[in-house]
Ligand binder design. Structure first.
Ligand code: BG6
Length: 503
């Protein structure tokens, strides 16, 4: 039984129920599976089913091919419980409802509690669940899934971990980071550790620098209130991007077992060089905010004009950080990671820039700045691209850059699971590989905290502006050493930097 707290919220209708519906259609859910939504709205089972399934705008597109009876059968697995005015209340009635559903549907007291509420409520909900004996694993297993943001700082993340550990064991807690549910993020592990051609080169001897871009074309939409207190560094970098960094940086795990992988990720996160002095933080970080612009004749509001945002806000919608990894493999290799809203396109990719060949025999061949690159495209146009030099046919040795590519879309036979499908299924099966462990989350905060403190309290720290729809502030490239510049990717994996479609 999946019990969702905050079930009348956006995430349930937008992500969780569509993911469950796909799992149902693909035959991944057992017959006795049920969902119980719980929140503070007064809804009947019927009204809740209508909202999240039968009349939901989020299911239509994918479910066009389903027969109505299948949708109906799916909706009948969904129930609702009203918690009353407050989440911090006596869960006696809820426990009773859970008990009834358990008996009727024979769920064997195997429960997952999914907290899709503001994080300030996590501990209270965990306590109230536990007070009813529902965290107890004497009969059946009990798991707790929590959504990000997991903490607001290192201190608050530690407090939250301690709070949850009072009621649930670490092995029962699943901290969701939906980027880990993306096929292409998981494929980072396979690219590295299932091939013998990349790993020998995956180190300081051959890699010049690593670049990770996460760009979104959208603004803060309706989440201005939340975002203004968070900002790009907390919202994306601390969680999703540092998880990607960990997968790029980590040493080969002993096996694909959850703890082996998470131990290596933890080591990777702990090896990020923490920046403490203001001079280093000044040189290695850039924060910026989008300002209004006109795209395709349409006025795009600036961040400070968005609903729920303080008109004098200094919250960053663009964050770029340069850092080093202090270990044997990565010494002196710069990592550049940026994330932003209102960029020209929505794209996430990792670019491994290889060093120039150490003895250059085709010096005057146009080989300059055409070093090998491995581009791992997380989204969209998911795939992998290798850029390498080829001879231009004809006299002499003129070198041009060619592409060797793989696209996920060419695997037409395969149903590629969406992030939430994979993660929910893993949690049901007790596989925590793609969930963040307490120590990983704390290590990520330990790296991010000094940057946040510097941005908040440092003297004369600037927040730059960039017009909505461009690749960040004018000084964005200053972060990169030497002649390097950001690869500003287009919508398609093989697009070369310099152009993209804005609308
Ligand atoms: C969320 C952030 O975790 O990830 C959002 O809170 C962001 O601000 C979203 O838009 C991006 O996810 P995706 O999967 O669309 O890249």
């Amino acid at each position: 039984m999946l019990i969702i707290f905050g079930a009348s919220g956006d995430l349930t209708a937008r992500k969780l129920v569509p993911a469950l519906s796909n799992l149902f259609r693909e035959g991944h859910l057992p017959d006795n599976f049920v969902v119980l939504g719980a929140s503070r709205s007064d809804l009947s089972d019927e009204a809740f089913r209508k909202k999240v399934v039968l009349e939901s705008g989020f299911l239509k597109e994918r479910d066009l091919d389903q027969t109505k009876s299948r949708v109906k059968a799916f909706s009948e697995k969904i129930f609702y419980a009203d918690l009353g005015k407050d989440y911090d209340t006596d869960y006696g009635k809820l426990a009773q409802r859970i008990g009834e559903l358990d008996t009727k549907h024979n769920t064997e007291q195997n429960y997952i509690f999914y907290l899709s509420t503001p994080p300030s409520l996590y501990e209270a909900i965990a306590k109230n669940i536990s007070d009813q004996g529902l965290a107890n694993e004497k009969v059946g297993w009990k798991r707790l899934i929590v959504e990000k943001p997991f903490g607001y700082s290192l201190e608050s993340a530690k407090a939250l971990n301690e709070g949850l550990h009072r009621y649930f064991k670490e092995s029962q807690i699943y901290r969701i980071d939906h980027y880990l549910g993306k096929e292409t993020v998981q494929n980072l592990l396979v690219t590295r550790f299932a091939n013998s051609i990349f790993e020998p080169l995956w180190n300081r001897n051959y890699i010049h620098h690593v670049e990770i871009t996460n760009a979104e074309s959208g603004g803060v939409e309706k989440r201005g209130g939340y975002y203004d207190k968070s900002g790009a560094l907390r919202d994306m970098f601390q969680s999703h991007l540092l998880q990607i960094v960990a997968l790029v940086v980590m040493e080969p795990p002993l096996s694909a077992n959850a703890d082996e992988i998470r131990n290596e990720k933890l080591k990777a996160l702990k090896s990020l060089r923490i920046m403490n002095d203001h001079e280093t933080l000044h040189r290695n970080t850039i924060r910026a905010q989008y300002v209004s612009s006109i795209i395709d004749g349409k006025k795009i509001p600036g961040y400070r004009e968005e609903e729920g945002v303080d008109p004098e806000s200094t919250t960053e919608t663009y964050a770029a950080v340069k850092f080093f990894v202090d270990n044997w493999r990565w010494a002196d290799v710069p990592f550049y990671v940026r994330t932003a809203k209102r960029m020209p396109t929505k794209v996430t990719e990792v670019v491994i820039h290889f060093k120039s060949p150490h003895h250059q025999i085709f010096k005057n061949s146009g080989m300059d700045s055409k070093d090998n690159k491995l581009i791992i495209r997380i989204q969209p146009d998911e795939g992998i691209l290798i850029k390498f030099g080829v001879k231009v046919p004809g006299q002499g040795f003129i070198v041009e850059r060619a592409n060797l590519d793989f696209y996920y879309s060419s695997l037409t036979e395969t149903h590629v699971m969406q992030a939430y499908e994979r993660l929910l299924l893993d949690a049901m099966q007790g596989d925590a590989t793609l969930y963040a462990r307490a120590d990983e989350v704390e290590a990520a905060w330990a790296f991010v905290d000094p940057i946040l403190n510097y941005w908040k309290n440092g003297e004369g720290v600037k927040i730059y502006g960039y017009s909505a729809g461009v690749w960040g502030p004018a000084n964005a490239d200053d972060l990169l050493e030497g002649n390097s510049i950001w690869r500003n990717p287009g919508e398609n994996l093989a697009d070369d930097p310099g152009f993209c479609v804005i609308s």
